[in-house]
Design a protein around this ligand. Structure first.
Ligand code: CP
Length: 318
């Protein structure tokens, strides 16, 4: 693998999950693989889990790691081509990415969507330009439309805990105070479809995800109906794709509670975090036995380590 930006970059997701679970048992088995190799972690947006889990994964592989919050610590970045830079931007992504590629063997890059121009966000313009101009393998740390390291960790969590071959997995919209990207929901849907689970998406009217991410999932606006018999419930807010970037309604009744959990098959409840307690997810669920949020956070390390290992193995062959 030389690019990890979506499920489409992975030849065999089950092999990648098996690699991650194996690394979880023996974290330091490949500590020579990354010796004298440098990982750069470049953030244009905040992070707790992605930053630290990917850093830990790289350290387990013997890599050196450099982290930069480019939005706060770097020069103001220009991403448009062909313009005269006589405004506030100081450095073009062509040079910035190129320079980072000179210092790093692999780069992780995070860039959220603007949620204003759908076409621009869904073209993944900034992420694609970074990949093109840095010239080294890139791992997405969350782009405008996807969060593949999170989705891989989510898949690992389900594979570890599922009791049937093809569990029922429900992705449910949750309330929030501000419009959030569709990236986590898109990406989760993409990976669940690839895993070929019994996959259902439920949300209020107007919150349809882009068809290419919905894929073969069953979609319903009836949350209770969706939750019936679920083995795993993934809770996440997202803003409207159709009325792009807007919050259409903020119906508190969509919050997942213990009462709703009774409709499920004693489901494990998942959220990528950070989570707004009492708004997206109830305190009782987060503090209760069905919460899998820390399992998911733990698996972020092994997801990142499996991906970095795959890339390092490719680098060592060339
Ligand atoms: N889930 C996740 O990506 O968390 P961070 O934004 O804190 O990295």
């Amino acid at each position: 693998m030389k690019l990890f930006s979506s499920v489409h970059d992975v030849a065999d997701i089950h092999q990648l999950v098996a690699s991650a679970i194996s690394l979880k048992q023996k974290p330091y088995v490949d500590e020579q693989l990354g010796k004298h190799k440098t990982l750069g972690l470049i953030f244009l947006n905040p992070s707790l889990r992605t930053r630290l889990s990917t850093q830990k994964a790289a350290l387990n592989l013997g890599m050196q790691v450099m982290v930069m919050n480019l939005d706060k610590e770097g020069w103001a970045l220009e991403t448009q081509d062909g313009i005269i830079m006589n405004g506030t931007t100081v450095e073009h992504i062509r040079e910035a990415a190129g320079v980072l590629g000179e210092y790093c063997d692999i780069i992780g890059f995070r860039s959220f969507p603007g949620l204003v121009n759908r076409e621009e966000d869904y073209s993944e313009e900034i992420f694609s330009k970074f990949v093109k101009f840095c010239g080294v393998p890139v791992v997405s740390l969350e782009s405008a439309t996807r969060h593949p390291l999170q989705s891989l960790a989510d898949l690992i969590t389900i594979e570890e805990l599922k009791k049937t071959e093809k569990p029922k997995v429900v992705l449910t919209w949750a309330p929030h105070v501000k419009p959030l990207p569709q990236a986590v929901a898109n990406s989760f849907a993409e990976w669940m479809n690839k895993a070929d689970y019994d996959f259902v998406i439920t949300h209020p009217e107007g919150y349809n995800l882009a068809p290419e991410f919905v894929g073969s999932a069953i979609v319903t606006n009836n949350q209770d109906e969706a939750l019936a018999g679920a083995d795993f419930v993934y809770v996440k807010n997202w803003s409207s794709y159709e009325d792009y970037g807007k919050m259409l309604i903020n119906d508190d009744s969509w919050m997942m509670t213990n009462e709703k959990l009774k409709l499920t098959n004693n489901a494990g409840v998942m959220h990528c975090l950070p989570v707004r307690r009492g708004l997206e997810l109830s305190h009782e669920i987060l503090d209760g036995p069905n919460s899998l949020v820390l399992n998911q956070a733990n698996n972020r390390v092994w997801a990142a380590q499996a991906v970095l290992k795959s890339i390092l193995e490719r680098i060592s062959l060339t």
